[in-house]
Design a protein around this ligand. Structure first.
Ligand code: PLP
Length: 397
């Protein structure tokens, strides 16, 4: 049945009217503990005072100015990103998908400018997710994303996730422009690449000249306990897609690049009406300032360790529901034995929000500011959810 809102989502019967830190209030007054943070979006929780102030101050001063002019807030955010990362230059956009589209354009333009336009193929990996535009579903591949939407865009070659032999073979192709990969697959079910695989990818790119594009839209902005996940492997990309957490809930994305990778992006090659608008960039600056504050990420790692430890107990206590945990920091996947959608639904009944992922995983992506008490409360609620689901499953036997 068609509905006023296009029915492209199958939605839970929940309507939230207020958010406070790690809590969300439903229209009927129930208080849900938010272990999803949107989907890794509200990195600093709901209604963080510094973010509310940045947004409302900016809203009172100037909402919009065209990119025909300098945008001081955009300049300030770009400077912060350059200061804290490998990047020399940044393009601001409004979503992760847009960052991905520019990543592909940039990589192709790079080889065009180098006089090798035939180097236009981007290698990507099965199970990945890069967004919902035609370009990004073509990039990720997979029937779930692409069925019915053909013809897809050419110029992507899909390899099994983490298959380094297949990658070494694919890297011999003379048309290779870039490798595009999530250091930790999010939608795919919190599937991390090993440090050694990331290091090998960097080596392959160095050997072939191909550009390394990292999609840190879900795993970046402190989520794994480093500002960006690739830092754990001690490597850096040539191009990186960022979104979600960087806006703390305000629509904001960014494409970061080295000067070399960005060499083809001259005036007139790319643009956006809203990308880099003063509101989004003011919020983005406040988010970065908080996450890069001395000691912030140390504390994230400490609390994430606590969550991990408690989750081990939860998994051990419910062997019919869970089989393990994977991930890092506050990007964790509960590997389920029971159907993951049933676990998420049982969570709703216990008033905790989690997010299903591929590979029968339930994603736990709480805000980076979640407290120890809230972690303990979250475990209690997950325990209640698992116990209720066990009873249902036993009843069904
Ligand atoms: N890439 C990854 C890894 C993501 O997790 C997402 C969103 O879930 C995207 C890209 C697309 O981002 P957006 O929905 O902001 O366009």
């Amino acid at each position: 049945m068609i509905t006023p809102v296009l029915p492209s989502y199958s939605r839970a019967p929940l309507s939230f009217v207020k958010g406070e830190g790690a809590w969300m209030v439903e229209a009927d007054g129930r208080r849900f503990l938010d272990f999803g943070a949107g989907i890794a979006v509200t990195a600093l929780g709901h209604a963080h005072p510094a973010l509310v102030k940045a947004l409302t101050d900016q809203a009172g001063a100037l909402w919009h100015t065209s990119n025909l002019y300098n945008v001081p807030q955009q300049q300030a955010l770009a400077e912060r990103l350059v200061e804290h990362t490998f990047a020399d230059t940044v393009f601001m956009c409004n979503s992760g998908t847009e960052a991905g589209e520019l990543a592909v354009k940039m990589a192709r333009k790079y080889w065009y400018e180098k006089g090798q336009p035939e180097r236009n193929v981007i290698v990507t990996f099965e199970g990945s997710f890069h967004g919902r535009s035609l370009g990004m579903i073509s990039a990720a591949g997979g029937e779930k994303l692409t069925k019915g939407f053909g013809p897809l865009l050419p110029g992507f070659r899909h390899l099994p996730f983490g298959d380094m032999d297949a990658l070494a073979e694919a890297a011999k192709a003379p048309d290779l422009a870039a490798i595009m990969v999530e250091p930790v697959q999010g939608e795919g079910g919190i599937r991390p690449l090993s440090d050694s695989a990331l290091m090998r990818m960097r080596e392959i790119c160095d050997e072939t000249g191909a550009l390394l594009i990292l999609d840190e839209i879900q795993c970046g902005m402190g989520r794994t306990g480093k500002l960006f996940a690739h830092e754990w492997a001690g490597i850096s990309p040539d191009i990186m897609m960022v979104a979600k957490g960087i806006g703390g809930g305000f629509p904001l994305g960014a494409l970061l690049a080295t000067e070399e990778a960005a060499l083809g992006m001259t005036p007139g090659t790319h643009g956006s009406t809203y990308g880099g608008n003063p509101l989004g960039c003011a919020v983005g600056c406040a988010v970065i300032d908080e996450i890069t504050r001395d000691g912030f990420l140390d504390d994230v790692n400490r609390r994430a360790g606590l969550l991990r430890q408690k989750l081990e107990g939860l998994v051990a206590g419910h062997p019919d529901i869970f089989t393990g945990i994977r991930g890092q920091g506050f990007m964790l996947g509960l590997i389920c034995k029971a159907p993951n959608l049933d676990v998420v639904k049982a969570g709703y009944d216990a008033e905790i929000l989690t997010v299903p992922g591929g590979d029968n995983v339930v994603r736990l992506l709480p805000s980076l500011t979640i407290t120890e008490e809230e972690i303990a409360e979250g475990i209690d609620r997950l325990d209640r959810a698992a116990t209720a689901l066990e009873r249902t499953l036993q009843g069904a036997d």
